[in-house]
Design a protein. Structure first.
Length: 392
């Protein structure tokens, strides 16, 4: 049984809800006060003591980021690398893998633009091939077909857990079972799912998981992390190494770190890293099962109410849905809608075709308004949002 959430307390700890109706959590969530305070405290200490000196003074707060993230996803701290963003985390794995001509990457129709561009770049550079597993009648990946597409040249399975353009939650655990059964490295893009869903890397059976801090985890911008399973790290070598990720042992040799910090580099925003750890602690303290249940219920309520508006069409697919809702309103440009809502202190975003080109082409999707709720949003905000759409 999930623990009850104290919505009043959570909203009191979130300064932004007093100013805005924030339905752009898939872009960036609102930081809780404790995350903001942690960063300000670090920066103030740094201003008074110096950068290197503050890193020593606040070493335990910096180390907490690894411990907190690991606890959140049921990993070990030495399996966590803290990096600048989810793209860097994902790319450190993908570009570090020893692909060769003819190797095949298996992905899905909901893949994100940044990841697919990387596929295309290595296809151009190395001659790898890209296999796209089809979707089933619910809109999620057809796992039977995905498994049937595995062949002797399949070198990696890449899955986008929650696409940027809707509520779909891909069956990441099932894909993990398939990858494990065929002994194929599995890279999971959890950019939207960390902080939104309850995640356990043992249940997901992924070798690598990339994520951002700024979205549903409610951490600082410019932060992300990579989970690299201990038994899988040595499958690849990061594309970039420096004196932090490796040790210079002789004039002709170096030795990589034996933990996930081999995927990091020396210089990074330590105040933001501390804030990311506090955000992970905050999420764990609330209980990811309880927060997932609340935001999913809010999103389902929002979809139901939007669907009742004349001229509105909701585009979310999937047997399982999360907190992102994409929709259109007949006769209204989504960019204009976003601007008009912002004038009313309502934050949304637009999901364009290029961000998920395969899915948009398959479903003939035009740009859509994206409303992404979080557990700190209220039922009254859902009603206010729907009224604002009706008024358009």
């Amino acid at each position: 049984m999930t623990q009850a959430l104290d919505l009043a307390a959570i909203r009191a700890q979130t300064p932004g809800v007093k100013e805005k109706l924030h339905f752009n959590n898939a872009g960036a969530g609102l930081m809780p006060q404790v995350v903001l305070d942690a960063q300000l405290s670090y920066l103030q200490t740094e201003a008074l003591n110096g950068g290197y000196e503050t890193a020593v003074l606040m070493a335990s707060e910096i180390e907490n980021s690894y411990t907190a993230i690991a606890r959140l996803i049921n990993a070990m701290p030495d399996e966590i690398a803290v990096v600048e963003n989810a793209t860097v985390a994902w790319a450190q794995v993908f570009y570090g893998f020893p692909f060769k001509a003819g190797d095949r990457v298996l992905t899905t129709e909901s893949e994100y633009a940044s990841n697919f561009i990387a596929f295309l770049q290595l296809k151009k550079r190395l001659g790898i091939e890209i296999d796209v597993a089809p979707s089933d009648e619910t809109g999620q990946v057809y796992c039977g077909q995905l498994e049937a597409m595995i062949g002797p040249k399949t070198a990696m399975i890449c899955l986008n857990h929650i696409p940027t353009n809707g509520g779909l939650v891909q069956p990441a655990e099932k894909v993990g079972e398939i990858a494990q059964a065929h002994n194929i490295p599995y890279l999971l893009d959890a950019c939207q799912s960390v902080g939104q869903l309850h995640l356990d890397v043992d249940e997901l059976k992924c070798d690598f998981l990339s994520a951002t801090g700024r979205k549903y985890l409610r951490g600082p911008r410019g932060t992300g992390f990579l989970y690299a399973r201990k038994g899988s790290m040595d499958l690849l070598e990061p594309a970039v190494l420096d004196l932090h990720s490796a040790k210079w042992t002789s004039s002709t040799a170096y030795k990589m770190r034996d933990d996930a910090r081999r995927f990091e580099n020396w210089e990074n925003n330590l105040a933001a890293k501390v804030g990311l750890g506090v955000a992970a602690d905050y999420a764990f303290g609330l209980g990811t099962g309880a927060t997932e249940e609340r935001l999913v219920n809010l999103a389902n309520d929002l979809r139901k109410k939007l669907s009742s508006i004349r001229g509105s069409e909701v585009f979310d697919l999937g047997e399982r849905k999360g907190g992102i809702t994409t929709f259109s309103l007949a006769g209204h440009d989504p960019f204009t809608m976003m601007a008009k809502l912002r004038e009313q202190s309502i934050n949304t975003s637009v999901s364009d075709r290029e961000s998920t080109l395969l899915d948009a082409t398959r479903r003939n999707l035009e740009p859509m308004l994206r409303a992404s709720v979080h557990y700190y949003n209220s039922e009254e905000e859902v009603d206010r949002f729907v009224e604002a759409i009706e008024a358009l």
